[in-house]
Design a protein around this ligand. Structure first.
Ligand code: ATP
Ligand code: LTN
Length: 331
C-alpha cells in the first residue's frame, strides 16, 4: 500500500514561484511514490474577505495551474474543499478538543489578523483546525508544504493525538514534508525579510506563475540586492538576505543545490546575474503558461477532473466521519 500525501493551496490570489518551489514542485515529484490528494482550499480562502466573482474564477485558475505544473489526474486526485462537507464537519468536532491557547500561538494567525482592517474573525482564528481536518480525513502520511506551515502540522498532530487518546485510535499522525530549497521559504523580491506572498500589496515583491516574460524580467531587474557590486563566496548568512533569496530561486529553477548556485555565480556582477536568473525563470515558467492556457480554456475537462476528485474524496472521508460519529456517541 502506498503512503498518502495531502496538500492544498488557497485560491486567494495569484500563485507565485514561492508556492511553486515550496509546494507544487514537490507535489509533482511525489506522484509516483505516493497516493496523492491535492485540494483547492476555498473555505480557507474565505477566512479573509474575498470577492465572490473573483473567487470563483481563482478556483478554476488554481485547478488549471495544478494541472499545468504537472499534477496528473491519472495519478493524483484534485478536488475543491467546499465540495466535500466532511471537512467543515470534522473541523467542528476537532474544535471541541483544540486548546484555545494553542490557536492563539499560531504565527500565521498573529500575522494575518494584524492586516485585517475590519477586525479579525473567528474563521481566521480557527483556520488551523480546518487544516487539521483536511489532513486527518484521508489518513495522510506526508504533507508537502512550505516551512511556514510547519506549525499548523504540529497542531494537527497534537489534536489527532488528543482525539486518539480520548476516543481510541482513529487518526494517523501526519509528517510535514518540506522542500530542501532554503527550507522552502522564498522571500519577497522587495522586502527580503518577509516571505513572498499572494497577499503582498507590493506587486514587485512576487513573481507570479502567469506573469508575462517582460514582467518577470522587470521584477528581477528591480529586485533589491545589497551594497556589494557582485556575488561573493561569503554570501550565505551575510547582509539582508536579498541575494541569498535570488540564489535560492536560481538553485530551485536550475535543479542544483544552493552551494552549487553560489559556486556557479561567484564574482558575477549583480546585473549579469539577474539577467541569467530572469532567463532561467522565464524558461521554466513558459511551458507551464502554455499548458495553462490550453487547460483553462477547456472547462469541461476541468469539471471532469474536479468531479472525479470530489467523488473519490467523499468516498474516503465519509467512512472516517462515520467512525468519528460512532466514537463520539453521535450515531
Ligand atoms: P496568502 O498570502 O494568501 O496567505 P501564500 O502565498 O502564503 O498566500 P498559501 O496558499 O498560504 O500561499 O500557501 C500555499 C503553499 O505554498 C503552502 O504550502 C505554503 O507553505 C507555500 N508557500 C507560500 N508562500 C511560500 C514562500 N514564499 N516560499 C515557499 N513556500 C511558500
Ligand atoms: N494553510 C495552508 C493551506 C492548507 C493546507 C491544508 C496545506 C489548507 N489545508 C492541508 C496542506 C494540507 C497554506 O498553505 N496556507
Amino acid at each position: 500500500m502506498k503512503k498518502v500525501v495531502f496538500s492544498g493551496i488557497q485560491p486567494s490570489g495569484d500563485l507565485h514561484i514561492g508556492n511553486y518551489i515550496g509546494a507544487i514542485a514537490q507535489w509533482v515529484k511525489m506522484q509516483d511514490e505516493y497516493d496523492c490528494i491535492y485540494c483547492i482550499v476555498d473555505l480557507h480562502a474565505i477566512t479573509v474577505p474575498q470577492d465572490p466573482k473573483t473567487l470563483r474564477e481563482k478556483i478554476l485558475e488554481v485547478t488549471a495551474l495544478y494541472l499545468a505544473c504537472g499534477i496528473d489526474p491519472q495519478k493524483s486526485k484534485i478536488f475543491i474543499q467546499s465540495e466535500n462537507p466532511d471537512h467543515p464537519y470534522l473541523a467542528w468536532v476537532l474544535n471541541c478538543i483544540t486548546p484555545f491557547g494553542q490557536l492563539e500561538r499560531m504565527t500565521q494567525f498573529k500575522d494575518k489578523s494584524q492586516t485585517q482592517k475590519e477586525g479579525t474573525t473567528a474563521g481566521l482564528f480557527d483556520y488551523p483546525v480546518l487544516m487539521a481536518a483536511d489532513i486527518l480525513l484521508y489518513h495522510t502520511d506526508e504533507v508537502p508544504v512550505g516551512e511556514d506551515q510547519k506549525q499548523h502540522i504540529e497542531l494537527t498532530r497534537d489534536v489527532a493525538e488528543k482525539f486518539n487518546k480520548t476516543f481510541g485510535e482513529t487518526f494517523k499522525l501526519p509528517n510535514p514534508h518540506i522542500s530542501k530549497f532554503a527550507d522552502a521559504r522564498i522571500m519577497s523580491l522587495q522586502t527580503p525579510s518577509s516571505k513572498m506572498s499572494k497577499s503582498d500589496i507590493d506587486p514587485l515583491g512576487t513573481i507570479n506563475l502567469l506573469d508575462s516574460e517582460d514582467r518577470i524580467r522587470e521584477k528581477i531587474k528591480k529586485a533589491v540586492t545589497d551594497s556589494e557590486p557582485s556575488i561573493s563566496a561569503k554570501v550565505h548568512g551575510q547582509g539582508n538576505g536579498a541575494v541569498q533569496n535570488l540564489l535560492t530561486i536560481y538553485a530551485a529553477f536550475s535543479g542544483c543545490t544552493y552551494n552549487t548556485a553560489v559556486q556557479k555565480t561567484q564574482g558575477k556582477a549583480y546585473g549579469q546575474f539577474k539577467q541569467e536568473l530572469a532567463d532561467l525563470v522565464v524558461e521554466n515558467l513558459k511551458p507551464i503558461q502554455v499548458k495553462y492556457k490550453e487547460i483553462r480554456n477547456d472547462e469541461k475537462y476541468l469539471r471532469q477532473v474536479l468531479d472525479d476528485g470530489r467523488n473519490f474524496a467523499i468516498s474516503k472521508s465519509s467512512k472516517l466521519i462515520l467512525e468519528v460519529k460512532e466514537k463520539l456517541g453521535l450515531v
